[in-house]
Structures are given as C-alpha cells and as structure tokens.
Design a protein around this ligand. Structure first.
Ligand SMILES: *Cc1c(COP(=O)(O)O)cnc(C)c1O
Length: 383
C-alpha cells in the first residue's frame, strides 16, 4: 500500500529525489519585480509594490480593503486588536490549529477558549460553539457576552480554515450574532478558497492571510488584513507606527506597530499573485489525482466541504487509527517522501494547557489520524 502511494507521489513530481511537503514555485516575474525594487532603492517600508499588492489582493478576494503586514501572525494580532480584544478577554477558537492562532490571542493579553471542530471541515464546529456558549456564557445587560462563572468578557470568535477547507461560515455567523461575538477568520491557509462563491476571510468583521514560504503563494514572509473601509484605515495606521501623515514631523498618536510589509517582499507577492489561478488549478488537479489513487485504499482523502471550493493548499488523509498513521508517516518519510501529522492540539502546549475548553472529541480523533501528503504545485508538462 505505502509503496504504491510513494510511487504515485514520485510520478506526480517526476523525481526520485526528496519530495518536500510544500515548496514554493517561482515561475513568473519574481526576479524582475524584486530586481526593480533593488534598482529603485525602495526596498523597505515605502514603495509602489506594496500598494499594488494590496490592490491586487483586494480585487482577488473581493474584500473592501486589504492591508499588507510583515507576516500572518502580525495580521492576526492587529485583527484581534481591531475587533476590540483587550487584556483579560477571552477569544473562542479551535484547539486543532497552528500555534500562531493562539499566539496572536496571547499578544493581546487575552486567552483562548478551545471548542471542538467538525470532522467534515476540520474547522470550528458551529454546534459545538453553540453548546459551549449555552452552558458557560451569559449575555449581560450591556450586550456583552460573559463567562457565567466569573464575568470575564468573551469578545471574539476565531475560526481557522484548516488546510484551505472553509469552515461552516453561515452557521458560525448566526451563533456569533446571537452572542455578540466579533467573527475574525484566520484565513492564513485558505487564499483562493471560497464558501458559497465568496472568498474566505471576507465573511467576518476581519480576516487575515499569510504569505509565509510554505503557503499557496509566498512573499518570503508576509500577511494581509482583509476588512471594511473604516477598519482598513485603522489597520494601516496601527501597522505603520501610528504615524500621522505629515511632510516631515514625527507625530504618532497612539502605540503603533512596525508591522508593514517591506516593498521587497511585496514585489515577490505581486509576481506570485499573477500565478495564483494557475497554482489553484494545478493543486485541484493534484488533489483529484490523490483522491482517485486512494479510492481503493483504507485511507480517507479529505475533500472540500459542500458549497465550498477549497484551494487544496495541503492535501490530507484520515487514517483508520493511530497505528496506521504512524506506519504511514514512517514508510513515506523513510522513502524520501515527506509527510507530516496534523498539529498537536493547542491545549497540550505548555502556554495554553490551562485554558478553558469544551469537549474536544473530534479534534482528538483527528489529531490521532490526519496526515498531510506532498502538496507543492507539480512541475508543468514541458511543451
Ligand atoms: C501560516 C499560518 C499563520 C500565520 O503564519 P505566519 O508565519 O506568521 O505568516 C496563522 N495561522 C495559521 C493557521 C497558519 O497556518
């Protein structure tokens, strides 16, 4: 079984060398645009490629505003601040996520609360969220959602679109509306994924993207805040040291952050974004090939949820049990085909093990079974 999977992956990438989980592809204007920034000397915090990258991303996602940041974690930090998250607040999220989701909450002085995921989406479960709120939360007379036992404020809900598969956004929005929670989407992994035809990261108050080296497109390091006009203006201000526009004076009207994306990185992003439609098509084809190849095996290939179009950023299978997961990881990695288990649950990490949590049965079930398969855009047929 594992031999045929290894052969299949080697066939897709047409190589006998080591195959990584996800490598970037630079097949467009990357050299040219990056070269232009160097020639212009505008490599840093000011430059035309930042404006162009934000504009192009705004058009691509259909978001009213897009504000570039130095990485996806910084984008999440700013998003949570703009959603009103303050020290001592609680933010509901999933325990099955990458650690950046929780770290951004901690940067605000707030704490995550872990609620279960759905097995179909691998993301935050609207019914688990509702159940947890019904049993633990109350609506204050001031219209603020609080923890029943000690009155701490539940400010926001932060779902994550795991491996590019959209969570059940409409259902989550209903629950968040009922409990007056700001919905912030961690769309770091889901650039190009849509839910009922609309881009992920544009449903809540704010959404964030990442352009780290392993994401579907990369700027080296980078991120983006997707939001409305008013919050977009605030995001720009906060990420650029809260400096008031002036020809020469230094006036900073609050504690700001140096979270802007350098022009050098934005140049790479513009070149990558030009290729995104091609990447999406190639990754969809790869996913369909995996699905077909695994049809007769006892591994379940994870496919996009109903009503959604996933970017298939990272392909994943669900194993029968932990033993099979470990055997698969060992057999593939030993043969030079990189595979990885899904993240350890956030409630197991020293920084977050004391946090409040609901029942996490689905997250635990998936944690013991999910394995990611190589997912880079395969080399194109030489014509
Ligand atoms: C990649 C990623 C981020 C942001 O990561 P950066 O490396 O800071 O760009 C945030 N959340 C999730 C789920 C991610 O996968």
């Amino acid at each position: 079984m594992y031999d045929s999977l290894v052969r299949f992956v080697r066939d897709q990438y047409r190589t006998q060398e080591f195959i990584p989980l996800h490598a970037p592809v630079f097949a467009g204007h990357e050299q040219r645009y990056v070269g232009e920034t160097i020639a212009s000397t505008f490599v840093s915090s000011v430059g035309a490629f930042v404006d162009r990258f934000e504009h192009d991303m705004q058009v691509f996602t259909g978001s009213p505003r897009a504000v570039a940041t130095v990485n996806g974690t910084a984008a999440l930090h700013i998003a949570l601040l703009l959603a009103g998250v303050r020290a001592g607040d609680l933010v509901i999220t999933q325990s099955l996520t990458f650690v950046a989701t929780c770290n951004a909450i901690a940067y605000c002085g707030a704490e995550p609360v872990f609620v279960d995921v759905d097995r179909e989406t691998l993301g935050l479960s609207p019914s688990a969220l509702e159940r947890w709120l019904d049993s633990e939360a109350m609506m204050g007379e001031d219209g603020v959602c609080r923890l029943r036992k000690d009155g701490r404020v539940l400010r926001a809900c932060l779902p994550m679109h795991t491996f590019g598969h959209p969570v059940a956004l409409k259902e989550l929005l209903v629950v968040c509306e009922r409990w007056q929670l700001a919905l912030v989407e961690d769309a770091a992994e889901s650039l190009g994924s849509t839910y009922q035809g609309q881009h992920t990261g544009t449903f809540g108050l704010i959404g964030t993207l990442s352009f780290n080296g392993n994401k579907i497109i990369t700027t080296g390091g980078g991120g983006m805040v997707l939001t409305n006009d008013a919050l977009g203006t605030r995001a720009k201000h906060l990420t650029t040291t809260a400096k008031q526009p002036h020809a020469y004076e230094y006036v900073h009207d609050e504690v700001g952050y140096n979270y802007r994306l350098p022009n050098l990185n934005a140049a790479l992003g513009c070149a990558q974004l030009e290729q995104l439609d091609g990447f999406l098509a190639a990754k969809r084809q790869l996913a369909m090939n995996y699905k077909e190849a695994l049809q007769s095996s006892d591994l379940t290939f994870v496919t996009e949820p109903a009503d959604c179009r996933s970017n298939y950023w990272l392909n994943a299978v669900i194993c029968q049990d932990l033993a099979q997961r470990d055997a698969l990881l060992k057999a593939t990695n030993e043969r030079g085909v990189m595979t990885r288990p899904i993240w350890a649950l956030m409630n197991r990490l020293p920084a977050y093990q004391h946090c409040l949590r609901g029942d996490l049965s689905n997250a635990e079930w998936l944690e013991a079974r999910v394995v990611n398969l190589p997912s880079s855009v395969p080399p194109q047929e030489v014509k």
